[in-house]
Design a binder for this molecule. Structure first.
Ligand code: FES
Length: 236
């Protein structure tokens, strides 16, 4: 067996076996096998939540969830991509909401059916305390829901697995909107920045960016200090 051959693994995509190189993410393994992502892929970096996926490991009874762009494909995995989680989201006008009441229970009464099974928390690829924030939502604690759900990327895996059919991530989004609009103090630095924008302080820089071609724009983007820190080229 060649060295290359030893590095191949077998995964099952929609029930069909494929040999793919070891070490790829689930998303790349599926692409290597010929699967084309038209939906269900975005940032490819664990931020956008578009690539919710379900799988089962060889010989295991457990049904697992992950982000396809982050989890590594393992030998014998059975893979299936979730194109979209069809979770209900309520329509509302945030300006018409009474922030003194617990409107989370009103808009999403199913949160009161939570059986505390913790499946939502276990399915969250961001490792958020989803069940805890649903408990906070039942109490109408907008601040706690906002704090606990702050890193939610809206992938929908919590809702896909919930036996009580709660749409956790939509509940949390409403809580953050209410908290941001009615409870948080308006940050002074933000007001100052808006003032500066309105006064045309950044017009020159924005004008320059607008004239750049794609290559130049990419260079400008990747030469920012924050990018260099992330690449380990400079220290903070
Ligand atoms: S593609 Fe954006 S989180 Fe995976």
């Amino acid at each position: 067996m060649s060295e290359n051959k030893e590095k191949m693994i077998t995964v099952y995509i929609m029930g069909k076996a494929y040999e793919v190189p070891f070490g790829l993410t689930i998303m790349k393994a599926m692409e290597y096998a010929g699967y084309r992502f038209i939906r269900g892929s975005g940032c490819r970096a664990g931020f956008c939540g578009a690539c919710a996926t379900v799988y089962r490991n060889k010989g295991e009874y457990k049904f697992q969830t992950a982000l396809a762009c982050q989890a590594t494909a393992e030998d014998g995995m059975y893979l299936a991509q979730l194109p979209f989680v069809p979770a209900n989201r309520k329509e509302y006008d945030i300006a018409m909401i009474n922030p003194e009441k617990n409107v989370l229970s009103e808009y999403y009464p199913e949160i009161n059916r939570c059986v505390s099974c913790n499946t939502c928390t276990k399915s969250c690829p961001q490792e958020l305390d989803v069940m805890y924030y649903i408990q906070a939502a039942i109490r109408g604690d907008y601040g706690e829901v906002s704090k606990l759900s702050f890193d939610c990327i809206q992938c929908g895996l919590c809702a896909a697995r919930c036996p009580a059919e709660i749409t956790h991530y939509h509940v949390a989004q409403l809580a953050r909107r209410i908290y941001g609009k009615y409870h948080l103090q308006i940050p002074e630095h933000l007001l100052k920045r808006i003032e500066d924008i309105d006064a045309g302080k950044f017009d020159n820089e924005i004008g320059k960016l607008k004239k750049m071609g794609m290559k130049e724009l990419k260079e400008e983007y990747t030469s920012r200090t924050i990018e260099k820190i992330q690449r380990g080229e400079v220290t903070q």
